[in-house]
Write a protein that binds this ligand. Sequence first.
Ligand code: KIV
Length: 285
Amino acid sequence: MRVTIANLKAMKQRGERIAMLTAYDYATARLLDEAGIPLLLVGDSLGMVVLGYETTIPVTLEEMLHHVKAVARGARRALIVADLPFLTYQVSEEAALRSAGRMLQEGGAQAVKVEGGAAIAPTVARLTAAGIPVMGHLGLTPQSVHQLGGFKVQAKTRDAIARVIADARAFEAAGAFALVLECIPAPVAKVVTETVSIPTIGIGAGPDCDGQVQVIHDLLHLLPGPLPRHAKAYLRLGELIRQAVEQYAAEVASGAFPTEQESFRLPKGITAEELAELAGAGEDE
Ligand code: KIV
């Protein structure tokens, strides 16, 4: 049975923490789903960790859909949330409805995520009224990176803290089923978590959120270079991949790969002599 938004709310009520991860492809979605992760996010971080853009801003709806479909083919149990990319929902409620509708209808997602706060609440209300579950995203909202002046911790002034709390309430009132809180001080995330009845999912928001989300490339340390402060590497997969690939290249160069084990024999009834004769016959022609 697929995880539902009601299941997630019940988890908050029972005090059960929710583990969420990003996924962008079939194989990873299958693995995370089989590991029991209840909530998968096809984040627009896709643009940065898979497509190599500097920010999430260039990501298009078509690019997202391509990956949402792959994740939907891989995950049978987890609830799949698809990020709505920049400018596919801010322009008008109709545009938001069409973009979100495509994520569910064509992509196979069960919910969408939008960045913003009170300003986007009417759109959230419109989507939820149309039967589309919406997750809100507050704090460091990467689609506003140029407005924010970089990927920085948010909610650092009294006004900004008050705004995050008001935005969380606005998302809840508009019908959002959960909230991502990104890079805000842990005590602020705790207050937001206690203020709203919907689950909060933190990333760089401390231990008191109802759940946590991490970018799978960070968790596996797939890309070279340092991780963001809020991330933890559970594996050094990038390094393991590099070692495996170097060994493969060395074995190809030395002739150690492939061995008989990885090779196919002549079909029964054809001898090496006949093969040589066939090669010879080819030379005469
Ligand atoms: O796009 C993404 O991966 C996200 C997470 C960082 C929450 O929005």
